[in-house]
Design a protein around this ligand. Sequence first.
Ligand SMILES: C[S@@+](CC[C@H](N)C(=O)[O-])C[C@H]1O[C@@H](n2cnc3c(N)ncnc32)[C@H](O)[C@@H]1O
Length: 409
Amino acid sequence: MTHDDTRRRTPLTHVGGAITTKGDADAAALLAEALDNVTEVDHDELTHGFHTYAARMHPGIARSLVANFSSTDETILDPFVGSGTVAIEAMIAGNRPVGVDLNPIALRIASVKTELRREGGRERFVNIANEIAERSETRVRSRVDARAPIPRDETQYWSGHTLKELAGLLEEIRAIDDDQDRRAFEMVFSSIVVKVSRQRSDTSKHDASRDPSPDPTSQSSRGIRKGLPTEFFLRKALELVERWEVLSEFAPERAHRPLFYEGDARRLPRVLPPRVRADLIITSPPYGGTYDYVDHHARRYAWLKIDPRHFERNEVGARRRLKGADGLRTWDREVADLLGSMAAVRTHDRVPIIMLMGDGEVGNRRVPADEQVNRLAPRAKLRLIASASQERPDFRGGDPRREHLLLLG
Ligand SMILES: C[S@@+](CC[C@H](N)C(=O)[O-])C[C@H]1O[C@@H](n2cnc3c(N)ncnc32)[C@H](O)[C@@H]1O
C-alpha cells in the first residue's frame, strides 16, 4: 500500500518539524520512527561525542534503523562511515559492522570510538595519560624546545607556546610502543588540536584571536595559556576511558569488532574483500554541494602525517566541485555511481539500502534528494520503496532544506 502522510510530531524544535512519508506505508512508518528517535537518544552518549565530526548522523536514527531493519549477527555496511555512528550502533546491537570512508581521519576516529577496551587496558591508558601529562608539564616549565612537525604556513593557526606544547605532547605520544595505545592517543590529540588553535571550529576558517570584541566564554578568543593544551589532553584522555567503559557495558559479550576499509564508496566491489558482503546498508552520504569535508580536518592532516590529496580528488558531493553550470550533472553521476556500487555488494537483491540524505544545493539550485534518488535508482536496478522527510533549518539562512530517510531495494 502506498500513501502520502504528513504529521506534526512532538518536540522537534531543534531538529525540524513535520515528517512527511511516502511509499510503502509500513516501511515509511519505520523510517519516520527513526527520524523521531532523535528525541529519545542523547547525541553524545557512549563514544559518539568523543571527537567532533561535521554532519555526524544522530545515533538515535542509526539505533532505530538497526533495531527495525536487521537481526542479530547480520553484516551492516556504512560506505560513508565517517566517525563511526552506524558502526557503533550496529556493534552494540550484536551485528557485524563494516565501514568504508575515503578520509583516513574518519577511519582512525571510528576505530578508536568502536574499541572495546577491557578494564586492564583502560587502566593502562589512564596511567599513560597521566605520565604524558606530567612529562608535558615538565617540558612547559623547563621550556624544553620541540619543533611542530607541520609546514610553515600551518603554524600561523597556533600561538608560539601552544605550538611548542602540542609538539611536545606529540613527541610523547609517538614514543608509546603499543600501536593501539599510540593510535588512540593520537586521536585524543586530534580532538584537542583545533580547540587550542586560532580557528574556532572544524567548519570555520575564522581566526578568533582577531575578534574586535572577544567572546569571554570562548577559549580561543581569550587565548590559550601555557599548560592548557596539556590539561585539555588529559581531560579528553580520561573522558575517552569513561566512554569506553560505558560502551563495553552496552556491547554484548561476544560483540563483533567492526571492519574498516579506506576507499571510495563508488568502488565498493573493489574496496571490500569478496567475503565481505552486506545484509543491510545504512549510510549518510555528503549532501550535494553543502560541505567540503576535506577542509574540516585541514588543521589535523600535517600533525597526523596524513596526505589528504586522494580524498580531495575523490570526495563526492563537494561544494567546491558542484558550484558551476555542470554541477547537477556531476552530482547525478556521483549519486548514480554510488547507488550502483552499493547495489553490487549486497548478499542478495532484496537487501535494503537506507540513506539519510539532505537536499542538495547545486549551482544555486535546490536538488530534492528524494526526487533525485528516485530518478537515478532504476539505473542501478533499485527502486525507492519508501521515504520519510523532515524540514531542517538551513544553517546558511536560506529556505529550510529537507532531510530524508530513503529506503531502496
Ligand atoms: C555525512 S558524513 C558521514 C558521517 C557519519 N555518518 C557519522 O556519523 O560520522 C559523509 C562522509 O563521506 C565521506 N566521503 C566523501 N566522499 C567519499 C567517497 N568518495 N567515498 C567514501 N567516503 C567519502 C566523508 O569523508 C564523510 O566522512
